[in-house]
Design a protein around this ligand. Sequence first.
Ligand code: FMN
Length: 196
Amino acid sequence: MKEEIKKDGLSAGLAVIAERIRSRRTTKLFHKRKISEQLIKDAVEVARWAPNHHLTEPWHFYLLGPQMVTEAAELIATIIRENKEDEHLANFKQESALAMPGWLLVTCKRSEDLLRQQEDYASCCCAVQNLSLYLSEAGVAMKWTTGDITRDPRLFELMGIDFDDQFVVGLFWYGYPRSLPKQSRKNVDEILTETY
Ligand SMILES: Cc1cc2nc3c(=O)[nH]c(=O)nc-3n(C[C@H](O)[C@H](O)[C@H](O)COP(=O)(O)O)c2cc1C
């Protein structure tokens, strides 16, 4: 099989997956073109294969429809008006939000057990990365946001989510990117310590 061709000890498949992981980028600059709902459903199907301790499957994915997007964008503006009293910024953020071709909200189940909640959140983040890499392979980029709206009880009310049961891991805007920014990371020898 093609994937099994070895090159310098590294299979072609490994090189492909490494490059996919490296080249996934956050952006909020999208073309207007909508993304098929089926692609997002397929990405959610892949996302749920993330590791999760005690098999809690703590995630939930909410795909927002046009009416919900309108109301959520309005809420973003309302929150800015309340917190910053900046009408211009409120309108700008509302318009920017409305221009996002796709909206996905990911929540995590709350737990009174702190360790459980920490592990569940970790699992949700793994699931988000699965989703993100799958979409990236399909040419779709995302922006993960944890802005004020993601903690506002009015969002939960709007979406019919029980605030006492779930918290928001992130609101994800996605679409076909107009451009992708450059990114860098520290060298491996700065972040890897080998012990005996
Ligand atoms: C938990 C989490 C929360 C984030 N929240 C925001 C956010 O509120 N606003 C934002 O612009 N980016 C946010 N990001 C995206 C990061 O800024 C982005 O991943 C980082 O700049 C690295 O870029 P890359 O994703 O292209 O590697 C968040 C990322 C994570 C993992």
